[in-house]
Design a protein around this ligand. Structure first.
Ligand code: HMG
Ligand code: MG
Length: 302
């Protein structure tokens, strides 16, 4: 079996994981969560989102959080930026990467960003230009790459691959393929990744699986076998999307790490510290632990 020798984990818990919580989370808890993730060896963290606070109240304190972080060399601190207003705020905050997000389905694009797919791309153009002028990299997300909560399961993989190629052409260094509602299976993942690989390189693709139907690890392994080596995940399996009702969190970072360790793939992440971080955040915000690995290790300790 051919698998990548190294894998980059993109930790999205502080953003994707917290954006959908039913109660506000204290700024100091978010800051502590991010510092703990850095201490556990995570090298790429999405720390917030410069989106409308009316749309996503849980991300309203992103600038405040970032101002309280002790930035460490070698770590990417990223934030979502849907438009130039968000981009300008992101640049002011000091993040060293930004991410734009568009959808593969028109209905989700409207619900999530109040615009069509084409309009979202038009909005992204000046965002990318501002980032280039500031010398920081732009990541892109495509949501609903396999299923949409409003349009169903027939998202066309070729249309996703076209979008992927357009985003790379516009200057995004990487496109993260988001299975927003976690309905994708390994069969559909293989079809999608192969379609995207016909247009862009494996190094330009990341995978972002929500684990609603328990398929995320199988989907990740399918993608890895096709050469994908960047995986988005969320500590403790936190998360969901406010505009995708019923969707659960991202695949848990601890579960991904456990699988990678089983293959001898190095990520530089300390499992014990990561599990401590998962316990910290689930205790603080009083939600169940969604990571099997964190639960198993915590049980073994007692
Ligand atoms: P809009 O209402 O069309 O925007 O929202 P607008 O330009 O008409 O402005 C309306 C108001 O919002 C104005 O304020 C603006 O100043 C303000 P008002 O005059 O009414 O007081 N505004 C902003 N405020 C702060 N930051 C900004 C900003 N922009 C406008 N950047 C908009 C359009 C895109 C802003 C809105 O729809 C929005 O914020 N959407 C964000 C949705 C979101 O964050 N969803 C979750 C993240 S995506 C996701 O989870 C999927 C992913 O994980 C991958 C996957 O799983 O598939 C990435
Ligand atoms: Mg997501």
């Amino acid at each position: 079996m051919t698998l990548p020798k190294t894998v980059r984990i993109v930790e999205v818990g502080p953003r994707d994981g917290l954006q959908n919580q039913s109660k506000l989370v204290a700024t100091e808890v978010k800051v502590e969560l991010i510092q703990r993730l850095c201490d556990s060896g995570i090298k790429h963290i999405e720390v917030g989102a410069f989106v409308s606070p009316k749309w996503i109240p849980l991300m309203a304190d992103s600038a405040e959080i970032i101002s309280q972080l002790n930035f460490k060399d070698g770590i990417i601190y990223s934030a979502l930026t849907p438009n130039t207003k968000g981009m300008k705020a992101a640049l002011k905050s000091g993040v060293n990467e930004v991410a734009i997000f568009i959808a593969a389905s028109e209905a989700f694009s409207q619900k999530n960003t109040n615009c069509s797919i084409e309009e979202a791309i038009e909005r992204a153009v000046p965002v990318i230009k501002l980032a280039q002028e500031a010398g920081i990299q732009v990541r892109a997300y495509i949501s609903c790459v396999m299923s949409c909560p409003y349009e169903g399961d027939n998202i066309n993989p070729n249309a996703v691959s076209e979008l992927c190629a357009r985003l790379v052409d516009l200057g995004c260094y990487e496109v993260s393929l988001g299975d927003t509602i976690g309905r994708g299976t390994p069969f559909k993942t293989e079809r999608l990744i192969k379609a995207c690989l016909s247009k862009v390189d494996a190094q330009q693709i990341a995978v972002h699986f929500h684990n609603t139907y328990g398929q995320a690890l199988a989907n990740i392994l399918t993608a890895m076998r096709l050469g994908i080596s960047t995986i988005d995940s969320s500590v403790a399996g936190l998360g969901g999307c406010p505009y995708a009702k019923g969707a659960t969190g991202n695949v848990a970072t601890e579960d991904v790490l456990y699988m990678l360790q089983g293959f001898g793939i190095e990520t530089g992440t300390d499992m014990d510290k990561l599990v401590d971080t998962a316990i910290y955040i689930t205790d603080k915000i009083n939600i169940p632990m969604a990571s099997n690995t964190a639960r198993a290790i915590a049980n073994k300790r007692t």
